[in-house]
Design a protein around this ligand. Structure first.
Ligand code: ATP
Length: 389
């Protein structure tokens, strides 16, 4: 008998309470803890988190290649518990590519269209394959065997094999991680464009938080098997739910400064050796909600300003720091500053970085300011963001 149909409110993907442990040296090791997500038809959910967070395991469970210890997966309104991997209609791009070594690039890309149930007329299938190979800039390699391809070319063949399909769910596990920066940039846009015209849910897993923000309609952040936050790229960027989320996003990511909250003359002050900041507005209101004195101040690298080097740290309100390194990148510069046992990154203009000195100002004492924008306060005990709204 067929698995029972259970209709849901939408025909996308719904995963509820997914938990999974693996055994490591005889001890259970929890890899996923009650992950629940929904992806609507036509929506692209970017799943991000550091290496080992559980992204691949979650994708494998959705695809039916791994059984969860608890939780359920529903796809297209149908419960998947009893549906084997091959019958779920999931197009999965493996991180390891899993190409057929004896088939050419074309043969690999054609393979899902020739599988039982996926048969298209050969001419039609070849047309679809050509279009995708062209998109991925590997059409000229169509007669090569995988053994004669570079890592990035193999990755694009695996991607081609995924994109030719018309599945019920696309699962892309690190689809462009082995490509050079220029091709990654191009393909992010092209794949996004191609998938956005379809009414199929897509999950794109990547450890690169910025890639997740740029491709996802929504972004889910997992860390140590827990769903830390899910929301639009804007929500995740502007209001990271925890210091863990903040640490994963940005280029460079947010600076996290551990310190304490105290009161001075009625004002709330954040203090850390070498740093003392009087909090105002939303940050001060957020500080009122802290569970204790310990707090972490998150400061975006572009939210730190320099005062003229000659003014040193004596300018009022400025914090004393020392230039640790100075890297010009053409359109901007990254200056690393030493705040006293703590290195922080500052993203600034080439002109401001050059003004630090001919030698990049390395070792020089400077004053830095925190203009107030681009800062978030996290509870020191829980790591959760404190809201000042
Ligand atoms: N079959 C397995 N047996 C035992 N442990 C496993 C198995 N598969 C994964 N793990 C462990 O589960 C954790 C999550 O791994 P997973 O591959 O899901 O992470 P990930 O977020 O995809 O990481 P990456 O970005 O490096 O691919 C890791 O600690 C990993 O060692």
């Amino acid at each position: 008998m067929n698995a029972p149909l259970r209709m849901s409110t939408h025909a996308g993907l719904i995963a509820r309470g997914i938990s999974k442990s693996f055994s490591s040296k005889g001890q259970p090791h929890k890899v996923l803890a009650e992950i629940g997500i929904e992806v609507k038809p036509g929506e692209l959910l970017a799943l991000t988190g550091p290496s080992g967070a559980g992204k691949s395991t979650f994708c494998r469970i959705l695809a039916g290649l791994e059984r969860p210890d608890a939780g359920s997966v529903e796809l297209g309104g149908r419960a998947m518990a009893e549906v084997p991997a091959g019958q779920r209609g999931v197009a999965l791009m493996f991180e390891s590519y899993a190409l057929y070594p004896h088939l050419t690039v074309r043969g690999n890309a054609l393979s899902p269209l020739q599988a039982p149930g996926g048969r298209l007329a050969l001419a039609e299938a070849n047309k679809r394959v050509d279009e995708v190979l062209e998109l991925l800039e590997i059409r000229h390699l169509h007669e090569r065997l995988p053994g004669a391809l570079s890592g990035g070319q193999k990755q694009r063949v695996a991607l081609a094999r995924l994109l030719v399909q018309s599945p019920a769910l696309y699962l892309l596990d690190e689809p462009i991680s082995h490509l050079d920066a220029k091709l990654r940039h191009k393909l992010r846009g092209e794949i996004r464009r191609r998938l956005s015209g379809l009414t199929v849910p897509t999950i794109w897993a990547t450890p690169d938080g910025m890639e997740a923000l740029s491709v996802g309609d929504r972004v889910a952040v997992i860390d140590q098997g827990r769903l830390e936050q899910i929301g639009t790229p804007e929500e995740i960027w502007l209001r990271p739910a925890s210091a863990r989320v903040a640490k994963l996003l940005g280029d460079p990511p947010m600076n996290l400064i551990d310190g304490e909250l105290t009161r001075e003359d009625g004002a709330i002050v954040f203090v850390r050796r070498g740093v003392k900041l009087t909090l105002a507005g939303a940050l001060a209101r957020a500080a009122e909600r802290a569970s204790g004195a310990a707090a972490t101040l998150g400061v975006r690298p572009d939210a730190i300003g320099f005062v003229a080097p000659d003014a040193g740290g004596s300018a009022s309100g400025a914090v004393l720091a020392e230039v640790y390194s100075n890297e010009p990148f053409g359109k901007h510069a990254i200056v690393t500053i030493d705040l006293g046992n703590l290195l922080a990154k500052v993203k600034t203009s080439m002109a401001a970085a050059a003004a630090l000195g001919a030698d990049g100002g390395i070792g020089r004492g400077i004053g830095i300011t925190f203009p107030g924008e681009g800062m978030v306060l996290f509870d020191g005990a829980t790591g959760r963001a404190l809201s000042g709204d």
